[in-house]
Design a protein around this ligand. Structure first.
Ligand code: BES
Ligand code: ZN
Length: 634
């Protein structure tokens, strides 16, 4: 059978089915408050227990108490429901490690008890909460408590924070961890508005991915008027201070790091203006950053109105601010236009990586943007070499797997390259308006890869015939690896670094002379990436003693250098590596380092396991889960 047959049939089916069941949305005049769908669209999200075909939540009201002593959130979640089937009475919700105390439903003015059952525990999905309603209630209220081990929360003790005086807690709901702190329909296919009232002991403060509307004796009040997929509901509590940067932007952080963060990220407003000029208005009013403790397992998380940011990008020289461009870009790609299922993650992350790079080009120049492309392609290449072929497709099939286990550079960088390929073929004068039109057309909706391809065909390929074929598109999306027509970023700055490297290797340049070069962090990263595997130990030591790489304070340089040094037996880095692993919890850095150490030699694995024993309690549950696997059986 023709290898394109299957995806084409699936796309056609998806299009036909969507056309049949997609309701006519009532056009809201205010772009920021989309109308609620009057009928359920088809969803095929295998990672939710929710019966979305018959009932959907459109608003969540939370009343929560943050208790650092028991490391739990407890309170109530009130879900407002739309029913699509007159005979349906059952409401199925997602939970994970939640203790459900009671379920009530609204009948006229009264809250009446509703019977419920917990389904069996599923390793990946958690546990269904199945509620039998005597009638189709418009509201259901669930009293519950989280577990201290909730996969979507991290509780940090005083010692684990910058101040060392106050504890800290925060959520990370993407992909399917919202259900570990709220009983809800945890699928990116639906959208909810939310409000919340949250209590915490003084003097701690609470922030959420929402507008802060009041603070009184009843706690911190929030309201999120824009409908968002549930994985974007977010909360944090700690000794937080706010500093405004501009009309629309500001930073929440613990006081010890606030000034440094403001200095590092003061281009944020400019980045918003750049993105608006390219892709239309920023639709979320405020854009703040929350600086998390170093244990945060990601670089950043695009929680709407309030991106969560790792402190490991505060390098002092703005060298890693592409992370801010990335999280901001999600305000269009991901938060506005959302992947319908986690198999379509590339629609979020590929577009975001592309937009991120366009922002960087505009803000810092084309050379920097190309250098960042080159470095990310190198990182993609490492993943392509190690992943199973099926996971190197843009549209993946999780097939019952945990989305956290299938996470890679593929949706990000292969997705970015696909969009760059289209941009280069069509030219920006055609491609930019197409992307802007796409964000507008699907604003506040979730869509599948097939819906995107259909839109692409109709709005880009067909109006500009003979530029890109559907076969090429389908190869990019459904076939493994990188197509032969993939763009290769060429950086003239890197070419010069390569020349210097060649001269140094041929002893035409002394190691000491490398101190004189005026290279950016990116050029140094390229230099480290291109160091030959057979470099003599003596040369490595000389390089390190001259340049002080082991002592670098730039997390990307540290990571690249430690990886090179360890791979090449230069174990003088060990104390610095141990320190790094104990102080940083970002998965992108620590998982590959532990993996490398475990693979190097049995002694090395024992050494790494010992560091892990000391560091584990400070890591996020997600990071623990990944690293436990490395040392399993020991
Ligand atoms: N949304 C992601 C983080 C994420 C993805 C969490 C999937 C859980 C599941 C975030 O926007 C992200 O991509 N962060 C990157 C930033 C980088 C590509 C600049 C990170 O954390 O490294
Ligand atoms: Zn992202």
């Amino acid at each position: 059978m023709n290898k394109y047959f299957f995806p084409i049939v699936i796309s056609l089916l998806a299009i036909v089915l969507t056309a049949c069941v997609t309701p006519q949305r009532s056009q809201s005049t205010n772009v920021d408050t989309p109308a609620v769908a009057s009928k359920a669209t088809m969803v095929n999200d295998e990672l939710t227990f929710a019966n979305l075909d018959v009932v959907r939540t459109h608003h969540i009201d939370l009343m929560l108490n943050v208790d650092f002593k028991t490391q739990t959130l407890s309170g109530e979640a009130e879900l407002s429901l739309n029913w699509f089937d007159a005979s349906a009475r059952e409401l199925r919700l997602d939970t994970r490690e939640l203790t459900i105390k009671s379920v009530r439903y609204l009948k006229q003015e009264a809250w009446l008890i509703a019977p419920f059952e917990m389904g069996p525990v599923d390793e990946v999905k958690g546990r269904a909460l199945v509620i039998q309603l005597p009638e189709q209630a418009s509201k259901v209220k669930i009293a519950y408590q989280t577990a201290p081990t909730a996969s979507g929360l991290q509780w940090l003790s005083e010692q684990q924070t910058g101040s060392k005086k106050f504890p800290f807690m925060y959520s990370q709901s993407q992909a399917i961890h919202a259900r570990s702190w709220i009983p809800l329909q945890d699928s990116p296919a639906i959208r909810v508005t939310y409000s919340a009232r949250v209590n915490v002991a003084k003097p701690l403060k609470v922030v959420m991915s929402a507008e802060s509307v009041a603070r009184n004796d009843e706690g911190f009040h929030f309201s999120m008027p824009q409908a968002i997929p549930p994985y974007l509901i977010a909360i944090a509590a700690g000794n937080l201070q706010y500093q405004k940067m501009s009309e629309q932007t500001g930073i929440w952080a613990e006081p010890d790091i606030l000034d440094r963060a403001v200095a590092e990220f003061d281009d944020t407003q400019k980045m918003i203006a750049i993105t608006e000029a390219l892709y239309g208005p920023y639709r979320w009013q405020q854009y703040d950053l929350l600086i998390l403790p170093p244990a945060f397992p990601f670089g950043g998380m695009e929680n709407p109105r309030l991106s969560f940011i790792t402190p490991t990008v505060i390098a002092g020289d703005k060298s890693l601010v592409n992370l801010i461009a990335h999280e901001l870009a999600h305000s269009w790609s991901g938060n506005l236009v959302t992947n319908a299922t986690w198999n379509d993650l590339w629609l979020n992350e590929g577009f975001t990586s592309y937009v991120e790079n366009r922002i960087m080009e505009e803000a810092f120049g084309v050379e920097r943007a190309v250098m960042e492309q080159w470095l990310s392609v190198a990182s993609l290449q490492r993943d392509l070499d190690s992943l199973a072929a099926a996971d190197t497709r843009l549209k993946i099939t999780l097939d019952g797997r945990d989305p956290d286990d299938a996470f890679s550079e593929v949706p990000y960088i292969k997705g970015h390259l696909f969009l760059l390929f289209l941009e280069q073929r069509f030219g920006r004068e055609i491609f930019d308006p197409f992307v802007k039109g796409y964000f507008n057309k699907f604003a506040f909706q979730s869509l599948t890869t097939e819906q995107f391809i259909n839109y692409l065909e109709q709005h880009l390929l067909q109006p500009n015939p003979g530029v890109v074929s559907m076969e090429e598109v389908e190869q990019w999306v459904y076939q493994p690896g990188l197509p032969a027509n993939s763009p290769t970023p060429v950086s003239s700055a890197f070419e010069q670094v390569a020349e210097t490297m060649a001269a140094w290797r041929a002893n035409r340049i002394a190691t000491g002379a490398l101190k004189q070069v005026d290279w950016s962090v990116h050029e140094w990263l390229y230099f480290i990436e291109s160091l030959p595997a057979d470099l003599a130990r003596r040369k490595i030591r000389e390089l390190d003693r001259t340049l002080g790489l082991t002592e670098s304070n730039n997390a990307e340089i540290q990571f690249a250098w430690y990886r090179f040094a360890l791979t090449n037996g230069y174990r003088e880095v060990d104390p610095a590596v141990a320190e790094f692993l104990k102080s940083v919890g970002r998965r992108k850095f620590i998982v590959p380092l532990y993996q490398l150490l475990a693979d190097l030699s049995p002694q090395s694995k024992v050494w790494a396991a010992d560091i892990y024993r000391q560091a584990r309690a400070g890591y996020h549950p997600l990071a623990q889960q990944s690293i436990d696997k490395i040392f399993a059986g020991k």
